[in-house]
Design a protein around this ligand. Structure first.
Ligand code: ZN
Length: 126
């Protein structure tokens, strides 16, 4: 099996770092937004309480949704770090399951992919 050229690996490294930056930024914004939405101001004033309940429910949903999104991002960050490690170890771009090279098209779309498309599809089947 042909090993990935160092120059090529560095390009993926660059893409991964860029992606990491973007996600880190996203997570920061999402967390800030989620914190801002904290309904602490509702605790003091009881007037118009019932009116508030609907708002609170929506807020809570929004917050959970945002945090869930953030956790997805965190998961992606872990995968990116993993991919960066694989680049350093010189095993980047190799499917973890069948040990065949992962298609370049796939790597370009998803630089932190650990499995080739075939193995990924196989894994996703119940
Ligand atoms: Zn595979």
């Amino acid at each position: 099996m042909a090993k990935m050229l160092k120059k090529e690996a560095m390009q993926y490294r660059q893409a991964l770092l860029k992606l990491k930056d973007r996600i880190t930024d996203d997570v920061k914004h999402i967390s800030e937004d989620a914190l801002k939405k904290s309904p602490k101001e509702a605790s003091g004033d009881i007037s118009g309480y019932s009116l508030h309940m609907a708002d609170l429910a929506t807020d809570a949903y929004d917050r959970e949704f945002s945090l869930g999104l953030a956790s997805n991002d965190r998961n992606a960050l872990l995968q990116i770090d993993d991919a960066l490690k694989r680049i350093e170890e010189g095993v980047f771009g190799v499917c973890e399951k069948c040990r065949k090279p992962i298609a370049k098209v796939r790597l370009k779309a998803l630089p932190f992919a650990r499995l080739c498309l075939k193995c990924q599809r196989f894994q996703e089947k119940p």
